[in-house]
Design a protein around this ligand. Structure first.
Ligand code: LAC
Ligand code: ZN
Length: 304
C-alpha cells in the first residue's frame, strides 16, 4: 500500500477494539498518526478492514521512452535534470543494468525486436504524465534531444503509439523468459541513497562471483526511489543464507534498507537489524507487546 495514498483507515486490534478514522480530511495533525503505524505493519499490530484512498485526476497525456546511458553516474545526473526539465511530470524512471536488459530482450526476441542495441551499461524506461496534449509530447522530445546533446543520453527510442509504449514497458515487465536460466535464485528488494548505488552494484558484482564462481546476476529497479532489485543465481543449490548475508553485509555498509517495498515478513526478519538500530528494534518490540500482548496477530513476522 502506498503510504501517502491512504487518508482514512479502519482496523481491528488484538483485543477486538475497532479503531476507525474513515476521514476524507487530507490534513489532520490531531495527535499520534496511528494509521501510519498500521500501514506496513504486515498484520502484526492490527487487521486493516477498510481504507479511504486519495484519488487524483487521471493525467490525459503520457510520453514513454527507453534511453541508454554510459554510466550510473550519468543516470543519476539525468534523473536530477529530468525532474526539473520535464516540469515535475516525470512519473517513471526504471533503471535496468545491461545484464537485465540483455537477458530480458534476448528472451523476448520471438515476441518483439530489441528496442535499443546491446552494449550500454544502463538502460532506463522513462515516462512522463501530463495534461496538455499540445505541448507535452513536444516538450518530452525537446528535453530528450537536449540530453543527447549534453551527452547524458547515449541512445534513445520514443514510443510513437500505445502499442509501442506497451512494447517498451514489456522489456521491464515481461520478466518470466529472462529468468529462465536463473532458477533457483535469491531475489532482493533493497534501497539506498542514489549516490551509493553505483558503488554498491560494483561491490556486489565483484564479491558474489568471488564467493560463488559462475554466479549469474540481474540488476534492475525503481531508481527514482533509490530502490534496487537483484536476482542472484549461484548454481543448482540456492545457498540463500550465504547469498543473503553477503549482500546484506554490503547493504549495511551503505546504511541501506533490506526491504524497500516488499516488507520484512519472516524471510527478512533476521536482517532487520541491518537497517534498524537496537533502539528502533526495541521500540518496535514495545509497540508489538503493547498492541498484541498475546502475540496472536501474524506471529513470528517482523519482530517477536
Ligand atoms: C518489480 C517488483 C518485483 O519491481 O517489485 O518488478
Ligand atoms: Zn519493485
Amino acid at each position: 500500500m502506498m503510504r501517502d495514498m491512504v487518508i482514512g483507515l479502519e482496523a481491528v486490534l488484538a483485543d477486538g477494539t475497532i479503531v476507525s478514522s474513515l476521514t476524507k480530511m487530507l490534513k489532520d495533525n490531531a495527535g499520534y498518526n496511528w494509521k501510519h503505524l498500521l500501514i506496513g505493519s504486515e498484520g502484526t499490530l492490527g487487521v486493516i478492514t477498510k481504507t479511504v484512498l486519495r484519488l487524483r485526476p487521471l493525467p490525459t497525456t503520457n510520453q514513454t521512452a527507453l534511453v541508454a546511458t554510459a554510466s550510473f553516474d550519468k543516470t543519476a545526473q539525468l534523473l536530477r535534470r529530468l525532474e526539473v526539465s520535464l516540469s515535475g511530470r516525470l512519473s517513471s524512471f526504471e533503471v535496468m543494468w545491461d545484464d537485465f536488459y540483455g537477458a530480458m530482450t534476448e528472451a523476448q526476441l520471438s515476441k518483439r525486436p530489441r528496442p535499443l542495441k546491446l552494449g550500454y551499461p544502463i538502460y532506463i524506461l522513462l515516462e512522463a504524465l501530463g495534461g496538455d496534449p499540445d505541448s507535452d509530447p513536444a516538450q518530452f522530445e525537446r528535453v530528450l534531444a537536449a540530453e543527447i546533446d549534453t551527452g547524458l543520453i547515449a541512445d534513445a527510442v520514443i514510443a510513437g503509439s500505445e502499442r509501442e509504449r506497451q512494447a517498451l514497458w514489456a522489456v521491464r515487465e515481461d520478466m518470466a523468459g529472462g529468468y529462465a536460466n536463473m532458477h533457483p535464485c535469491t531475489v532482493f528488494d533493497v534501497s539506498m541513497g542514489l549516490a551509493d548505488m553505483a558503488g554498491f552494484v560494483a561491490d556486489v558484482r565483484k564479491e558474489i562471483p568471488d564467493r560463488f564462481p559462475g554466479a549469474r546476476m540481474l540488476f534492475y529497479g525503481h531508481a527514482g526511489d533509490g530502490n534496487l532489485h537483484m536476482a542472484i543465481h549461484v548454481g543448482k543449490a540456492p545457498r540463500t543464507d550465504e547469498v543473503e548475508s553477503a549482500v546484506f553485509d554490503l547493504v549495511r555498509t551503505v546504511k541501506g534498507s533490506v526491504a524497500a517495498e516488499h516488507g520484512i515478513g519472516w524471510t527478512r526478519k533476521p536482517y532487520l537489524g541491518v537497517s534498524r538500530t537496537d533502539a528502533e528494534l526495541m521500540l518496535m518490540q514495545k509497540l508489538k507487546d503493547t498492541l498484541d500482548p498475546r502475540n496472536i496477530l501474524n506471529p513470528g513476522k517482523i519482530v517477536g
